[in-house]
Ligand binder design. Structure first.
Ligand code: ZN
Length: 624
């Protein structure tokens, strides 16, 4: 219920603080630091608000058991709930932002802990709301809405709860399901302990004589080692270690799949996929269409693999080469002021309303730019303070990554700002399924702008290559994972056996379909069949990774439409930016001009990907 807090989206850029331009926050000019005290002038003011909200939570609790009594009570309870949540988001926004400025300040940490404790209290005192609304007969709900016009703002909130009626059981059964929830995380817990603490790691002797113990972080470090023989060795040892434990790891994952099906079945869903997607009211066809469309476009992936083979200068591309950067890093340098100018030029097609808001973000201290000792690493945008404006945390390093991170977070910020501005509080919080569209659409526009204005072919190649990598790893790799998840769930749902060995066979079939496994495309070595066991998402969050692929595909398509069609496309796109959670995510995307059930977004994205490859090939051919 405290959803908005999780919408703090983090895109890690791992900036080393030792590169910091400033030694302390005090040295940084005000205009490069966010103005958190806009929310509360002092901590004393914050404490006062804390007490006020704590009392509000007590008051809300007194409505328990009374929501169905009459329309007036219903309205006052929901209004109080909305005010409480709005106040709480602001309160915790201040504490968290202040803390992130310098994690070493214990006074700020105390504020965070205090606000978390209030969050727990609020969760408890509001936990009756959803189950009670669910129980009210829909005719009675209609009557309430007729009697109280002020309830209009809550229409979607209430409808979204009531639509789950068909999947809600009697009190007794609900109690059993709730206690079964206690067992649901066991596979993830067992997997975490085995994978991180108890699984033995293989040792590999590299060509320079160094012996490496291959734990997960060593694998990530050494999979891009220059010596190709070493790379092959690293991959072979790392994934064959998963083969050793495939029965155990397979049993853990199968248990997770069975638990998914247990809850789905008992909640009267045909499949775990349908249950999982219904939380956001997303039709199963969105998922199956993703897999269908990407399968159709495997030739585009294989074209890229052939291009990678050429760019890496190898006779035969192997799966263990795929992490190697295909383009030389070009050091592009931008000051914050230069970065702001480029972002404003890039976003010009978005029209004056968008552009003026970005200018406000730059001029009115919405962004905290520089890394300083103790500051939280990475980057995020937080749009929690509904009556104010979002805040962006950056660790500006002055390179392409910094610039693209800033425009990404600015996308989140604009989405939050416009949703907060155009929607009542209760409808302002946008769902995860659309959350990465505004951000990655901006990244796509930036890359396009920089390529057009590149000074040298080297620079152009670097930009095109980085973008191409992003498309491959996010769109194709994540879709292949989504396909694997679906296949293993189908086996349990069709009452077929599912073991680690069977999972490896399923994974092998999918990975060789995508990557070809022929010398002219890419050789997939046999031990890659066990790669599924390395992906923690399958055990930790079922049916989650597909959203990485869908958001980037929709975002790329929106960017293409904005570039080619201009104003009419932008106007439609605002339906997402200003839409918050006023409608289901799929409807927002449709209103914005793309039907997720059609092939349009996929066609546009593949067109862009092929265009990027055309440009790379042109440069490479010139070089010859
Ligand atoms: Zn993001």
């Amino acid at each position: 219920m405290l959803k908005k807090l999780f919408l703090v989206l983090i895109a890690f850029s791992f900036v080393n603080v030792s590169f910091a331009q400033y030694k302390s926050r005090d040295e940084i000019p005000l205009k490069y630091k966010w103005d958190i005290h806009l929310l509360y002038k002092t901590n004393t003011e914050w404490q006062k608000d804390y007490n006020r909200l704590s009392k509000m939570a007590d008051k809300l609790k007194t409505y328990e058991g009374k929501l169905s009594s009459d329309s007036k009570t219903f309205l006052s309870a929901l209004s109080l709930y909305s005010d409480l949540m709005k106040g709480y988001y602001k309160l915790s926004d201040y504490a968290q932002r202040l803390y992130d400025q310098d994690l070493r300040v214990s006074a700020n940490q105390q504020l965070v802990e205090q606000s978390e404790a209030l969050g727990t209290k609020i969760s408890e005192s509001t936990s009756f709301i959803r189950p009670e609304i669910l129980k009210i007969p829909s005719e009675r709900i209609h009557q309430f809405f007729d009697e109280q016009p002020k309830l209009a703002d809550f229409d979607f909130f209430v409808e979204d709860i009531q639509r789950l009626k068909a999947h809600t059981l009697g009190d007794k059964e609900e109690k059993i399901l709730a206690s079964a929830q206690m067992l649901a995380n066991s596979p993830s817990t067992i997997h975490g302990i085995f994978e991180n603490a108890e699984k033995p790691f293989p040792e590999v002797k590299l060509s320079n004589g160094k012996i490496v113990e291959l734990n997960s972080s060593a694998y990530v470090q050494y999979r891009t080692v220059k010596n190709r023989k070493d790379r092959a060795k690293i991959f072979k040892a790392f994934f064959n270690n998963y083969k050793r434990f495939q029965n155990t790891l397979g049993a853990i994952l199968a248990a997770k799949v069975k638990i998914d099906y247990f809850f789905a079945k008992n909640r009267k869903y045909k499949t775990a996929l349908a249950y999982s997607l219904d939380k956001n009211n997303i039709p199963v066809k969105v998922y199956t269409n993703l897999i269908k469309q990407m399968n159709k476009n495997i030739p585009t992936l294989q074209r890229m693999l052939k291009l990678m083979k050429r760019m890496l200068g190898v006779d035969t591309l192997h799966y263990y080469d795929l992490y190697m950067p295909i383009v030389k890093h070009v050091d592009m340098k931008f000051t914050v002021d230069e970065g702001q100018k480029i972002i404003l030029k890039t976003l010009k097609p978005m029209g004056p309303e968008y552009l003026n808001t970005v200018k406000r973000a730059f001029n009115e201290r919405w962004v905290d730019y520089y890394p300083t000792p103790g500051k939280r690493s990475g980057a995020y945008s937080s749009g929690a303070a509904y009556d104010y404006h979002p805040f962006i945390l950056m660790n500006w390093h002055g390179d392409y990554n910094s610039l693209s991170t800033l425009i990404h977070e600015m996308g989140h910020t604009m989405h939050s700002y416009f949703s907060n501005k155009y929607q009542p509080f209760i409808k302002s919080d946008y769902p995860i399924f659309v959350a990465e569209i505004a951000s990655t659409c901006n990244e796509s526009l930036l890359n396009n702008y920089l390529v057009q204005h590149a000074k040298t072919d080297k620079e152009k190649l670097f930009l095109l290559g980085s973008y191409l990598e992003l498309l491959r790893t996010t769109i194709f790799r994540q879709t292949s994972f989504a396909e694997f998840e679906w296949e293993i769930h189908k086996r349990i749902e069709n009452k077929q056996p599912l073991t680690g060995g069977i999972m490896s066979k399923i994974y092998w079939k999918i990975v060789t379909k995508y990557y070809g496994n022929t010398p002219d495309v890419c050789i997939v070595d046999p031990y890659i069949a066990y790669e599924w066991a390395y992906i923690p998402h399958f055990v930790d969050y079922s049916y989650y990774v597909y959203q990485y692929a869908t958001s980037l595909i929709y975002a790329t398509a929106f960017a293409q439409k904005i570039i080619t069609e201009g104003k009419p496309a932008v106007e439609k796109y605002y339906n997402i930016l200003k839409g918050g959670s006023s409608d289901y995510p799929i409807n927002l995307i449709k209103k914005a001009g793309i039907n997720p059930l059609s092939s349009e977004a996929f066609d546009l994205t593949m067109k862009r990907m092929n265009n990027v490859m055309d440009q790379i090939e042109n440069i490479l051919n010139k070089k010859k």
